[in-house]
Design a protein around this ligand. Structure first.
Ligand code: ZN
Length: 290
């Protein structure tokens, strides 16, 4: 079962959120039939968005992350609710690039690093919060670390990983975001850096010990107190109305073709495997004014 653990160090300087997101990443893969490298890119983004989304606290609030690196995967869009339940997609789920050396998936290669990571936090009040930062590598974790530094002025460390078998099974997925509270002394920063280095690849810890073991490893010596443990999952909130409004960009000739055919048109949700059928009349109504 996927979960997020939140903890704070005994001295109060280090807060951490750890996620085990294997099941929701597998669900994303099954919906989108993505290649292993796109599954890894999307899975890392889902993990980070889930952690950040779970900090919004206000019921109804949502978080949207868009990563636009110019690589073959195209834009990656992930939405989280206020509890960390997420959904997402990559524009080109079938994009592929050769592995890096040692059989490592080239996430930066498929995402690209020529663009932005942008975050919208919508608290259902007047204007949503918008932040963004230039991509560093397209490897996602580094890009979120940079986002926190540039856009939110929070020193942080982020590690994300997805382990995918050749046939597309997600063997492990998740990671952590550590944030240093104001006034953290240099010795704390150094200890965090040592722990991060000693922990190594997050998926190899998640595979045998889950989120708990990962938290224990990164917080070694910090006497962490567990603040929260919550279940998260892949969750879509689509409806006929929302999907219909997403197809309101048809041009006149497309509409004419549909009306001539006279048959209902099936439209799938971008985020999940739901399919909705719309009559030509419904589509025409939704496209009025184009
Ligand atoms: Zn959906």
């Amino acid at each position: 079962m996927d979960e997020i653990l939140k903890a704070i160090s005994g001295d109060g300087f280090v807060s951490i959120s750890v996620i085990d997101s294997r099941e929701l990443t597998q669900r994303a893969r099954d919906i989108h039939k993505s290649t292993p490298v796109v599954t890894a890119a999307l899975g890392r983004t889902l993990a980070a968005a889930s952690i950040i989304g779970s900090t919004l606290k206000k019921p109804g609030a949502s978080l949207t992350v868009r990563i636009n690196g110019g690589g073959p995967a195209g834009s990656i869009i992930v939405v989280s609710d206020y509890e960390g339940n997420v959904r997402g997609y990559a524009a080109n789920p079938l994009a592929d690039v050769p592995n890096k050396s040692a059989g490592k998936l080239d996430v930066g290669g498929v995402v690209g690093n020529n663009g932005m990571l942008s975050v919208i936090k919508d608290f259902c009040e007047k204007e949503p919060y918008r932040g963004s930062a230039e991509l560093v590598s397209g490897e996602i974790a580094e890009d979120f670390t940079s986002y926190f530094a540039v856009s939110e002025q929070i020193p942080s460390a982020c590690a994300l990983g997805v382990l995918v078998s050749k046939d597309g099974q997600v063997l492990a997925a998740g990671g952590y975001i550590i944030q240093l509270l104001p006034g953290a002394p240099e010795s704390v920063v150094e200890a965090v850096e040592r722990n991060v280095a000693a922990t190594g690849t997050v998926t190899s810890v998640l595979v045998y010990g889950g989120a708990e073991k990962l938290l224990e490893s990164v917080m070694t010596g910090f006497d962490p107190a567990l603040l929260q443990r919550s279940h998260v999952e892949y969750r879509c909130s689509c409806s006929r109305e929302r999907v219909l409004s997403a197809v309101s960009g048809l041009d006149k000739s497309e509409l004419e073709d549909i009306k001539r055919e006279g048959a209902p048109v099936e439209v799938s949700c971008q985020f999940c495997d739901s399919v909705y059928a719309f009559s030509p009349e419904e589509l025409e109504l939704a496209n009025n004014g184009n």
